[in-house]
Design a protein around this ligand. Structure first.
Ligand code: ADE
Length: 225
């Protein structure tokens, strides 16, 4: 998989990809991630990528030309499955969408800034708009990092144990059950006895019950999806 991220703040985006699972995935060539500074695509002497809104109104708008230049240059090199725009009014990111995107070959992610982009960018270049939640961030970069993390960990081979992504919370619309490790007892706090029984079918049944109970208590909305 290849991900091209278009941003005015590449330095803000880079560090999540330089550590842990994302970095390992890149090092193992399971994913390629490239950052494109939008200012490299402007012809403006001041390298500006935004302007005042037509019709008046507070806040600057990202202009179409540098975005067009950047996306067109990328599309000349390869075919893209999706051109995603990170925006609070997009489709809310859920596990199902991350699963779907993890199967794509090439995707572009455009990070919004200021008030957002000229509507024509959305109308003519963008295939999908994604929000990471009902709150407004200062820009799309942190959202893009969240989206990339959710996608990249699902690529086969990225997680050591492939089943671990399948048993994450939200796969099957259930939250994950409680988990325990050593010590068996800590300051009087005990691990459920069943987990030492060696009875794998019973343990699995307990985990399923716990996952259901937790989901019912915390996120009953998931059970109706
Ligand atoms: N840009 C600003 N807020 C955002 C959000 N909630 N999700 C994605 N991109 C954003």
């Amino acid at each position: 998989m290849r991900i091209d991220i278009i941003t005015v703040l590449p330095e803000l985006l880079k560090s999540p990809f330089e550590a842990s699972i994302l970095n390992r995935a890149i090092e193992a060539n399971l994913v390629e991630v490239y950052f494109h500074n939008l200012r490299d695509y402007t012809t403006d002497n001041y390298k500006s990528v935004d302007d005042k809104q037509f019709g008046g109104g507070a806040g600057m708008v990202m202009t179409i030309e540098p975005i067009d230049k950047c996306i067109t240059a990328l599309k000349k090199e390869r075919v893209y499955d999706e051109v995603i725009y990170m925006t609070p009014d997009g489709e809310t990111l859920k596990q199902g969408l991350a699963n779907k995107l993890s199967l794509k070959k090439n995707i572009i992610i455009l990070c919004g800034h200021y008030k957002g982009v000229d509507q024509r960018v959305r109308d003519y270049f963008i295939t999908r708009e994604i929000s990471i939640g009902d709150y407004v961030l200062s820009g799309g970069e942190l959202g893009a990092a969240v989206l990339c993390d959710a996608i990249i960990r699902l690529i086969p081979g990225v997680l050591g144990n492939e089943t671990s992504a399948l048993t994450d919370s939200f796969q099957d619309n259930l939250l994950a059950p409680p988990i325990y490790t050593k010590p068996r007892e800590y300051k009087g706090m005990k691990v459920p006895e069943l987990l030492f029984s060696g009875n794998l079918p019973e343990i699995e049944k307990w985990r399923e019950e716990q996952a259901y109970k937790r989901t019912k208590e915390r996120r009953p909305d998931l059970l109706n999806e």
